[in-house]
Design a protein around this ligand. Structure first.
Ligand SMILES: *[C@@H]1O[C@H](CO)[C@@H](O)[C@H](O)[C@H]1NC(C)=O
Ligand SMILES: *[C@@H]1O[C@H](CO)[C@@H](O)[C@H](O)[C@H]1NC(C)=O
Ligand SMILES: *[C@@H]1O[C@H](CO)[C@@H](O)[C@H](O)[C@H]1NC(C)=O
Ligand SMILES: *[C@@H]1O[C@H](CO)[C@@H](O)[C@H](O)[C@H]1NC(C)=O
Ligand SMILES: *[C@@H]1O[C@H](CO)[C@@H](O)[C@H](O)[C@H]1NC(C)=O
Length: 409
């Protein structure tokens, strides 16, 4: 009787397995049908995961010559209406020109439409509106302006923290409730690649990652956090929050481990207790708070390489961002005011070239020649030594954006 039962169970199991197999074969053939029969299904799935997509294999969806395939594949995927890329910035004080130049660099190189979220002090609103409305003929972006706002009970405390209103960024997931994902950047950022490129990293997040930032330093011997910080920080050298890519849906949902209570806290509940606890020990304001949060929740952070947040620190102490020298500089971060003084003339030259160029010169390429001459003059400075990388990067980005046949755009 027992043996008989065992045989029945075995048969059932076998039947179940073959059923599963039949289904998986069916799924595979469906997938191949959709993919035009090209390639193994595994490979197709993998390239999808890697953000590549099957546009190339399909033939119909793919656009343009092989030279552009990395880019065009992404567009083969867009079956639904094109999703906008959301970019947020917080501008206070004298940051109008810098912010506008940052937005311009995003518009110049990006391919998909952009939605800007500009948080600014009230006296800057009219200027932003005037300038951005004058670019509206481009039809590649739209924008919203917001006042600086803090949770009312602690508004004063928040405003005092670090530079005026820099901590606004911590509240973006709570203010922009309808926005799924967002790229936050400081005002002193310049895009040298399309925003599309960094935006595509969102799809590379694993299931626990909610945000992405670059390390504060590559070289621990000159890192700030590992030598001076009086609070926990992420990884070996901490992270820099000047370029922060966020899946805010996930940030709003997550319960964060912390060193204040044994229960996990939501984003909206963790910030003020954290500030209260570490107020006397933090130096770089909200960036320090982010470092503390990701110290306790390291599985939630996607760390991208330094060329997505390239700062003077990466060139003044020698070469401290190998990836940039091999692959290019994607996002420039002129912190310490280097766009406005003479300390890093290479950074300043790039800033001024982008600031000066107008959308109305319908040839963006015209910024390259004078910039190359300008940068050559800086070759004796630390960061000027890599001026060829700057030129190569800008040339490539302009070609990718403007030299493609119109149907690809
Ligand atoms: C920008 O465009 C998107 C998509 O068309 C739309 O949902 C959004 O409301 C627009 N925003 C503004 C400020 O016009
Ligand atoms: C703040 O720094 C002091 C001095 O290094 C240290 O003793 C203290 O534990 C720190 N406070 C917190 C909350 O980590
Ligand atoms: C953000 O995360 C949510 C929840 O996991 C997901 O549905 C959404 O697609 C993600 N957004 C992007 C742009 O990947
Ligand atoms: C996601 O990646 C992070 C960083 O590499 C890692 O710590 C975490 O365990 C990963 N999560 C999963 C679910 O694999
Ligand atoms: C930008 O314009 C300013 C003032 O009009 C000029 O002095 C400067 O040389 C220009 N710089 C570049 C790089 O075009």
């Amino acid at each position: 009787m027992r043996r008989y039962l065992r045989i029945v169970v075995l048969c059932l199991a076998c039947g179940f397995c073959s059923l599963l197999y039949a289904f998986s074969q069916l799924a595979v053939s469906l997938e191949e049908g959709a993919g035009g029969g090209g390639g193994k299904p595994q490979a197709a799935a993998a390239s999808w995961l890697a953000g590549g997509g099957r546009g190339g294999a399909r033939g119909v969806g793919s656009v343009g010559p092989a030279a552009h395939s990395g880019r065009s594949d992404r567009y083969g995927l867009n079956v639904q209406p094109i999703q906008r890329m959301h970019l947020a910035v917080v501008a206070c004080g004298e940051r109008l020109e810098e912010t506008v130049t940052m937005l311009k660099s995003a518009i110049i190189f990006s391919i998909r439409p952009l939605q800007f979220h500009i948080f600014a002090e009230d006296q800057l609103h009219d200027s932003f509106k005037g300038i951005l409305d004058s670019w509206s003929f481009l039809q590649t972006f739209n924008y919203s302006l917001y006042p600086i706002t803090f949770p009312s009970e602690n508004a004063v405390e928040w405003k005092k923290l670090f530079k005026p209103c820099a901590s606004q960024r911590l509240f973006l997931p709570l203010i922009l409730k309808e926005v799924d994902s967002l790229l936050y950047v400081d005002t002193d950022i310049l895009f040298l690649r399309p925003v599309d490129d960094i935006w595509s990293l969102l799809k590379k997040f694993n299931s626990t990652q909610i945000a992405a930032m670059a390390p504060e330093h590559e070289e621990p011997r000159i890192g700030w956090y590992n030598r001076f910080a009086r609070h926990p920080y992420y990884g070996k050298t901490g992270v820099n929050s000047g370029v922060m890519l966020m899946n805010m849906t996930r940030m709003r949902r997550k319960y964060f481990k912390n060193d204040m209570t044994t229960v996990r806290l939501r984003w909206g509940d963790i910030l003020m207790p954290l500030l209260k606890k570490y107020k006397l020990n933090i130096t770089w304001g909200d960036q320090d708070l982010l470092n503390i949060i990701f110290f306790h929740n390291p599985e939630s952070l996607f760390v991208f390489p330094c060329q997505w947040n390239y700062r003077p620190d990466h060139c003044i102490y020698g070469s401290n961002c190998q990836e940039a020298e091999e692959e290019g500089i994607f996002i420039l971060h002129g912190n310490r005011g280097v766009y406005h003084d003479d300390k890093q003339p290479a950074f300043r030259a790039i800033y001024e070239a982008l600031r000066n160029c107008s959308f109305k010169d319908n040839n963006i390429r015209s910024l390259l020649k004078p910039l190359e001459l300008e940068l050559q003059k800086t070759v004796h400075t630390y960061c000027g030594k890599i001026y060829k990388i700057f030129i190569k990067q800008l040339t490539k980005s302009i070609q990718d954006r403007y030299d493609r046949p119109p149907k690809e755009r």
